[in-house]
Design a protein around this ligand. Structure first.
Ligand code: NAP
Length: 204
């Protein structure tokens, strides 16, 4: 395997899944989209498409880009196949409950990160707005997985900003989505909107 190249399964062939898959194919990763309808799903050139469990089989990184309300059942169905992978949850459960993320449904022992949940997919397709590279906040355990996730965020074109691994850090990354909704829709500023941290600390 080429150093830095990841085998990625993207679960869900909708706006977010297709956009992230296209970026990672372009960056040289091996991407398989796991779709409920692999025979009819539209996927970016260079990405494989298969049933979700088959996509999980080979992957080291698994990204969920399905409706948030489907996460409990989906992760239950994926329990055995998820052993040893790094999971990234991009989903938002819009049903009005307190928890936007589906990570609480992860099987024990699986490493879960929160990322790609906080801005609209149009900004994932082009993270440069007004000449500025947008930040993508992420939360998850410190260690090798953190570097992998940061690298994949950078490959989409964002500056990765690690919020930490505590429950408060996960909640903070969830709440960025709330701020996006308030500005983009509540205030009517539109979906082409993202965030950037200003700091003099180079270790961001
Ligand atoms: N849209 C955004 O700008 C945005 C931004 C950040 C985060 N998010 C979150 O990311 C997730 C995906 O958003 P999206 O805009 O890509 O949605 P979408 O375009 O509706 O795509 C979701 C995909 O999930 C799969 N799916 C649908 N129902 C499912 C079910 N019951 N069980 C398993 N898979 C199912 C389908 O793919 P297959 O037919 O291939 O299985 C569908 O194309 C959502 O949780 C959303 O809240 C969205």
């Amino acid at each position: 395997m080429i150093p830095g190249m990841e085998k990625i399964a993207v679960i869900g062939s909708g706006n977010v899944g297709r956009t992230l898959a296209a970026a990672w194919v372009k960056a040289g990763h091996e991407v398989a989209i796991g779709s409920q309808h692999p025979e009819t799903a539209t996927v970016p050139a260079g990405a494989a498409v298969t049933e979700p469990l088959a996509a999980l089989e080979e992957a080291r990184v698994v990204v969920y880009a399905i409706p948030g309300a489907a996460m409990a059942d989906t992760l239950t169905a994926h329990t055995v196949a998820l052993e040893g992978q790094i999971v990234i949850d991009a989903t938002n459960n819009m049903s009005g409950g307190p928890e936007m993320s589906g990570l609480r449904h992860l099987p024990d022992g699986v490493i879960g990160f929160r990322a790609f949940n906080s801005v609209a997919w149009e900004n994932m397709a082009d993270p440069v707005i007004g000449g500025e590279v947008a930040d993508m906040f992420f939360a998850g355990p410190d260690g090798a997985g953190r570097e992998t996730v940061a690298g994949l965020i950078a490959d989409v074109g964002f500056r990765p900003v690690y919020a930490g691994g505590s429950p408060a850090a996960f909640a903070a990354v969830d709440s960025v989505a709330g701020l996006f909704f308030a500005l983009a829709f509540g205030r009517g500023l539109g979906r082409r909107l993202a965030f950037r941290v200003l700091t003099e600390n180079e270790n961001i």
